[in-house]
Structure formats: structure tokens, C-alpha cells
Design a protein around this ligand. Structure first.
Ligand code: UD2
Length: 390
């Protein structure tokens, strides 16, 4: 089985790439390396000699032996009696890196290219069974500075990816949308039925791209899962950029003996989801799609034996379902650091929303996903990782 991950060298993409790699899939990564990093892909190459640590892009790893029983990828457990019955548990282990398939590796191909480049996208998608589309300009503040480029990359880039997926009859595309499509709402927790009122070019670009996904499903029968990511955190998340997310930023400051700054009174809330939970959701979505469509042909999702709205590009919230205020976040970090961290407070950041946390019933009903990582655990793992060395 072969998967294309756009934005696969980024924080999120590299974790998803590792999980599929552990399953024995061939992984193609398309990334323009503006925010993605080659170091993020070290986990794909660690178990064997592989040129990618030094690659300049577009190179292929040497063929390596594959275990027959794992060639079926996600569905292998049905034929493999040595694995546990419950697919969810199994995939969860793969998602957290504890899967017993480590060391079984498919081919890895890294293509340096931009999703605005149709030729690069077509080349990357050739022969793929699954596409995970993550590549985007993902910053809200940056989208205000450069709305045009945000629309070009996020919307037209998505068009190129969907078109290439269609050309290759892929079994499933997953699309990374965002909680930013909701804008500010007082209907909490946020259910998928909440009217989308994006308040940034970034949020709008994601909403428009969701529509593109839905269009490709309705008109061409392309199966697409649309995930609305909430605040994702985890190892390898960049703490150094001006647009860095609050968790890696604060951990880095604390580990360097500094004082984190909270914008506002710290009572704003976010729904933080740990990276391995997000990876698990992707594995479940792909597994579900493969069960629905065992043959390599794209049929309208409605014609499959067991239809699911999830594969018809109706959005699914991908969050923890828990709300955490910034003040609570600092308390959790104090607990892990073993000392009281006293943040300083600054005026609220303009354009910030106050509260964001989501309902997660739909994603459970549709693909059986439930987050499993309490924040204290996820953040502790980040504290213990070595990714914050500049
Ligand atoms: C996240 C996503 C964004 C979009 C949005 C949807 C990140 C980096 N951004 O934006 O892409 O999907 O959700 O609504 O994941 N904060 C501080 N001090 C700091 C940095 C941040 O107090 O030094 C606050 C910030 O004001 C906000 C909260 O922490 O209230 C979270 O900020 P963020 O930048 O991590 O993420 P957010 O929710 O703005």
C-alpha cells in the first residue's frame, strides 16, 4: 500500500508518516520545506541505512525486505491471528510508536515540491492508494499579512491534490481542516453543526477547501474525510517561530529558565489534542475506508456496502473534547517542571478567540475515535523529548 502525505515533513505529517511506515506502507512525502524539516523525518530512516538524512529531495530509499504478513497494511490484522482482536487498540499502539511492527519498513520517497505545482503533485500522487493532505500555510496571523498566498496555497493547492487523488483512483483522502472555520462562537462545546463563520483568511481558506472536498465527493465520488483539527501539540512542534503554538513555546521558555507570557487574563480556553491521538484518528479513518472499499476503484461513497458520512467529506471535529484554560496549562507545566511557574500577563492578542473546545461524539460514531492522552501525559512527553534544543 502506498500513501502520499502532503506536508509530510512538518510536525504533524512526520508523525503520520512514521505510523504508516511502521505498518509497512510505502510513504511518499511532498513538502516544500518552508516549515517542514528533514530532521523531522529521521524516524523514517532510523531503522536502516537510508540516504534521506542527507537527501536533497526526490531520492528513493533502497528497497528493503518487507514482511509478507504486513503488506496488507492496516487490514493485515484480519489475516494475522497473532494480533489483538480490537483494531482500535492495535492502531493506537502504532499511533504512539509502541506498535510491534517497528522495523518493518516500506519505501520512503521525499519529493521537494509545492502543492501549487500541479506537476509535482501529480508525480507525488502517482500510484498512491491513500492521500493525507496536510500541506498548508497554517498561521492565522500570517494569513492576514498575506491573504492571497494563503488562498493560493490552501485552496488551489487542495484543488491540485484532490484532482491528483481522483486521477489515481485513491481509496481515501483525508483533509486537514481547522477549528478556525468556526470563528468565535458562544455555542460550547462546538458541534459540527455550528455555523462556520471564519474570522481570518486562514479559516476562510480552510472552509472553502472543505467545500472543494465535498464537491469532489458529490460530483466525482472521491471519498474524503474532513478533519477539523483543534489545537494539536506534541514532540517536534516548533517552539521558535513567531507563530509557534503556545505549548511548545511555553515549554521552551520554561526549560530555558524564562517566564512565559499569557496574552489576556489566561482564562481563555483551548481544546488541546495530543499528536498520537491525532495520528490514531487518521489510522482509523484510513482503515475504515479500506474496509469500505477493498477493491482499487473509486466508487461513490454512497454506493459502498456500508456508507458513512465520514467518507463524504462531512466535517469531523478532531479535538480532545476537554477545555483547558491558559492558566490551567501553566499549572500543569508547573506540576511537570516540579516548580511553580508564574507567568506574566500581557494584553490579549488581537483576533484571538476566547473559548474553543469541541464535541467529539460525531468522530466517535463515524470512525470510532476517542482521544486517549491526558494533557499531563502528553505535555510530560514533550518536556522529556529533546526537540527543544535550538
Ligand atoms: C490555533 C492554531 C491555528 C488555528 C486556530 C483555530 C496553532 C499554532 N494555531 O490557534 O492554526 O487552527 O487554532 O482557532 O496551533 N498564547 C499566549 N502566549 C503565547 C502564545 C499564545 O498566551 O506566547 C495564547 C493565545 O493568545 C491563545 C492561546 O494561547 O489564546 C493559544 O494560542 P496558539 O497560538 O497556540 O493557538 P490558537 O488557538 O490561536
Amino acid at each position: 500500500m502506498k500513501i502520499l502525505i502532503t506536508g509530510g515533513a512538518g510536525f504533524i505529517g512526520s508523525h503520520i508518516a512514521e505510523a504508516f511506515h511502521r505498518l509497512g506502507w510505502d510513504v511518499t512525502i511532498l513538502d516544500n520545506f518552508t516549515t517542514g524539516k528533514r530532521e523531522n523525518l529521521a524516524g523514517l530512516t532510523r531503522t536502516r541505512e537510508n540516504p534521506f538524512g542527507k537527501a536533497t529531495g526526490g531520492e528513493k530509499s533502497s528497497e528493503i525486505a518487507k514482511s509478507e504478513e504486513n503488506l496488507a497494511g492496516l487490514t493485515s490484522k484480519r489475516e494475522n491471528p497473532s494480533e489483538k482482536e480490537t483494531g482500535g487498540e492495535n492502531l493506537s499502539e502504532i499511533a504512539t510508536g509502541r506498535g510491534n511492527l517497528s522495523g518493518i519498513a516500506g519505501k520512503v520517497e521525499i519529493i521537494e515540491g509545492d502543492i501549487r505545482d500541479k506537476t509535482a503533485v501529480a508525480k507525488a500522487a502517482a500510484g498512491c492508494d491513500v492521500v493525507v493532505h496536510l500541506a498548508a500555510l497554517a498561521s492565522v496571523p500570517a494569513s492576514f499579512r498575506n491573504p492571497e498566498e494563503t488562498y493560493e496555497v490552501n485552496f488551489m493547492g487542495t484543488q491540485n491534490v484532490l484532482e491528483a487523488a481522483l486521477q489515481n483512483n485513491v481509496k481515501i483522502v483525508t483533509f486537514a481542516s481547522s477549528s478556525a472555520v468556526y470563528g468565535d462562537t458562544d455555542r460550547l462545546p462546538i458541534g459540527e453543526e455550528t455555523p462556520a463563520n471564519p474570522l481570518s483568511p486562514y479559516g476562510l481558506s480552510k472552509l472553502l477547501s472543505e467545500k472543494l472536498c465535498r464537491f469532489h465527493n458529490t460530483v466525482y465520488g472521491l471519498p474524503v474525510v474532513v478533519f477539523r483539527f483543534f489545537n494539536v501539540y506534541g514532540e517536534r512542534q516548533n517552539p521558535f517561530s513567531e507563530y509557534s503554538a503556545v505549548i511548545p513555546k511555553f515549554i521552551n521558555i520554561i526549560q530555558n529558565g524564562g517566564t512565559p507570557t499569557i496574552f489576556g487574563d489566561g482564562e481563555q480556553t483551548r481544546d488541546f489534542i495530543y499528536i498520537s491521538d491525532l495520528v490514531h484518528a487518521h489510522l482509523l479513518a484510513v482503515e475504515g475506508a479500506l474496509k469500505l472499499q477493498p477493491a482499487k476503484s473509486v466508487k461513490p461513497a454512497t454506493n459502498t456496502s456500508k456508507s458513512s458520512a465520514a467518507y463524504e467529506a462531512t466535517p469531523l471535529n478532531l479535538g480532545s473534547g476537554e477545555k483547558t484554560s491558559l492558566n490551567q496549562l501553566v499549572k500543569i507545566m508547573s506540576q511537570i517542571a516540579g516548580k511553580e511557574i508564574k507567568p506574566q500577563y500581557a494584553p490579549p492578542r488581537s483576533g484571538d478567540i476566547l473559548h474553543s473546545f469541541c464535541k467529539i461524539d460525531k468522530i466517535f460514531d463515524e470512525i470510532g475515535f476517542k482521544p486517549q492522552t491526558p494533557m499531563i501525559l502528553g505535555i510530560e512527553k514533550m518536556f522529556n523529548s529533546r526537540n527543544f534544543e535550538n
